[in-house]
Design a protein around this ligand. Structure first.
Ligand code: HEC
Length: 475
């Protein structure tokens, strides 16, 4: 195990540009549920009593097993159908009885092992409003339903079908902006980060309450970051609008550099499995009139050439909010020392102090295939030189699940609060995602390189933009 501080540790929370978002995990051991037969029997009885119906012929005792319509469907609606319905990321829908019955045993296994619903926050730390994890009771309900031959029950017991906006996981968007030109993705090889500048055409300022990114070829999108380019911004002014480009499209070294460096505010960071943004009442992201959106997409190849034309859907706030949401990052950009081959717990950290008061809302950690664990901490000074570390989130990282983690209770932090992000990497053969445990890994954009970005969202007063947020008040 090697532990060290990174070479480039800025004393500030860096406003960094482009690093991408994806995510991973290695070990579910601390999530494993030991099976409690007593609890199952208990739930069985409770359900039996509550339902007051006669037992199905399969059950040998006189208690009623849970039924699909009454007991299982509400769980699927609440915790599974955001992904397991037509057009979403899961490989099959879990909407009808027939669909669920065929997979009853598989569903039972997935929920008992807690591989489904996917969630990677270590239960050690924090509470998150987007945590879809099932309770022990819910797991027991599904298990005993599956073990009782998956009875349907009475369709009249079914809860009302949830209202899903067609094609979206947010409310029906007020505006959908699509990349004007599709991007051609080759069958093989690396694809450089691809950009496309999309004019909003907004003649007035807009506050965004919800937004969601929808690639047309989801399987090829490793991440997307959508930046807001206000009209006065000089960023990428030399680049074409409405057509895809990459840094190496440019001859001009200045433009090449610009593609990878921006202070622009981010509207949204997307990766497969990440949930769309949906800010609480009174908070929103700001898009000034006449802004462009700049899509930065990292495509990965998978043997099939295709085209992608990503869209973003926006739902505007009904009232001007009191707070503006900013996406910041604790990032260790390009460590110069590679992660040695075979090392299984390589530690990298970065920290910074908040320039102004802010309310912490959510996290989105990002590493690549060697990612193992990621932590966000507040470092409390308890009389120098002593420090106390409070862990806000620990993610047992899984590269294939890039997720955001939203604090159930947003956390107000004073200016000067020290935040720390720590990442661990597993470059050994024990990491099933490791493409080459014999190679040292350098920092870089491609997934076989490594990266460390701790995105986090904060709420600040509505009239404060990102540049102003970073002006430190002298004490
Ligand atoms: C965030 C999206 C998401 C949610 C929520 C989700 N699933 Fe999945 N599920 C997937 C994806 C994607 C796969 C495909 C397997 C993979 O890529 O890991 C999958 C696979 C499965 C499988 C196949 C076996 C396996 O374990 O891979 C089962 C069974 C399953 N899900 C059941 C459920 C149930 C039951 C729930 C709710 C309690 C649920 N899922 C919630 C996305 C989701």
């Amino acid at each position: 195990m090697i532990s060290r501080t990174p070479v480039k540790l800025s004393a500030e929370v860096q406003i960094r540009s482009t690093q991408d978002p994806s995510q991973a995990q290695d070990d579910f051991s601390n999530f494993k549920l030991s099976h409690h037969p007593m609890r199952r029997i208990l739930v069985f009885l409770i359900v039996g009593l509550a339902s007051g119906q006669c037992a199905s012929p399969q059950t040998s005792d006189h208690s009623m097993p849970p039924t699909f319509y009454k007991d299982v469907l509400p769980i699927l609606q609440q915790n599974c159908q955001s992904c397991h319905r037509a057009g979403e990321i899961a490989p099959f829908p879990l909407v009808t009885y027939q669909q669920a019955r065929l997979r009853a045993q598989q569903i039972k296994e997935a929920v008992r092992l807690r591989t489904m619903p996917p969630w990677f926050a270590d239960p050690c730390c924090g509470h998150f409003s987007d945590d879809p994890s099932l309770s022990l009771e819910q797991i027991a309900t599904i298990s005993s339903w599956a073990d009782s031959n998956a009875p349907a029950g009475d369709p009249r017991d079914a809860p009302a079908a949830p209202h899903w906006a067609y094609g979206w996981n947010i409310a029906t968007p007020d505006v959908v902006l699509k990349m004007p030109k599709p991007v051609a993705i080759p069958a093989h090889g690396d694809v450089e980060y691809t950009y496309e500048i999309v004019p909003t055409g907004f003649s007035t300022d807009r506050w965004v309450q919800m937004c969601e990114v929808r690639p047309s070829s989801r399987a090829h999108v490793h991440h997307a970051v959508v930046y807001i380019r206000p009209p006065e911004s000089k960023w990428l002014r030399g680049a074409p609008v409405g057509v895809p480009f990459t840094a190496s499209t440019f001859r001009d070294p200045e433009l090449m550099h610009e593609a990878h460096a921006t202070n622009s505010d981010m509207l949204l960071v997307y990766a497969p499995g990440s949930s769309p943004d949906n800010w609480a009442e009174g908070m929103a992201k700001f898009i000034p009139a006449h802004s462009d959106l700049v899509f930065q997409i990292h495509y990965t190849t998978n043997g099939h050439a295709t085209r992608d034309q990503t869209r973003i859907g926006l739902v505007f706030a009904k009232h001007p909010p009191k707070l503006r949401v900013l996406t910041l990052q604790l990032a260790n950009d390009h460590d110069t020392i590679p992660i040695p081959a075979g090392v299984d717990n390589y530690r990298v950290e970065v920290h910074g102090t908040l320039p102004n008061d802010a309310t912490l809302l959510s996290f989105f950690p990002h590493m690549h295939l060697r990612g193992k664990r990621f932590e966000y901490n507040v470092v409390h000074s308890v009389g120098p030189p002593d420090k106390k570390i409070e862990t806000l989130l620990r993610v047992n990282y899984d590269f294939y699940w890039q997720m955001s983690y939203r604090l159930t209770r947003p956390l107000f932090l004073k200016a000067g609060t020290e935040l720390q992000a720590v990442a661990w990497y597993d470059n050994s053969r024990n990491n099933p995602h490791n493409p080459d445990p014999t190679a040292a890994v350098t920092w870089g954009d491609q997934t076989y390189n490594e990266m460390m970005v701790g995105f986090f969202d904060v709420a600040v007063p509505a009239d404060m933009d990102k540049a102003h947020y970073f002006i430190r008040q002298d004490k």
